[in-house]
Design a protein around this ligand. Structure first.
Ligand SMILES: [Zn+2]
Length: 152
């Protein structure tokens, strides 16, 4: 993809040289349930989504359903693993092992839901950085957040 000057302005300064660093940093922040842009603000309050970052002001989903596709993919992967266990007869042939694996997977589906949703929000953020909409203003990240993140 050609990076035009207007696109370059959307990419936070420390990541302009390396696309893979921006992608891995945003995804890591999303998995940690933090703002993919600044890495500081929280994505959730308990089990509910926050509308915007309290630190940098990034609006996580400009329109309702923006992160829907990414969230669905993240939710379907563990469910697909459970279906594979049942389909290939693991539950039938090894009853205790199969049921234990199903219970563990079900617990993981619930337990990791906010992390997977955070990764979905991060993927949506990356799509906004790489395919910008002029009406979508991504705020500049606070300098302290960038300095702190670069050290990790
Ligand atoms: Zn933020």
């Amino acid at each position: 993809m050609r990076i035009t000057p207007s696109r370059l302005l959307r990419i936070p300064e420390p990541f302009r040289a390396s696309r893979s660093k921006l992608i891995s940093t945003a995804l890591r922040r999303g998995l940690r349930k933090r703002c993919p842009h600044c890495g500081e603000g929280r994505l959730f309050s308990g089990w509910s989504h926050l509308e915007r970052c309290s630190i940098c002001g990034l609006i996580y989903g400009r329109n309702p359903g923006d992160t829907w596709a990414f969230t669905i993919i993240g939710d379907r992967l563990p469910l697909a693993a459970m279906i594979v266990l049942i389909y290939f007869g693991v539950v039938r042939s090894h009853r205790i092992l199969g049921l234990t694996m199903l219970v563990v997977l079900a617990a993981l589906v619930v337990w990791t839901a906010p992390n997977r949703w955070g990764a979905g929000i991060a993927l949506h953020y990356l799509s906004r950085v790489y395919w910008p909409d002029p009406a979508d203003l991504i705020p500049p990240p606070p300098a302290t957040a960038l300095a702190g993140d670069a050290e990790r």
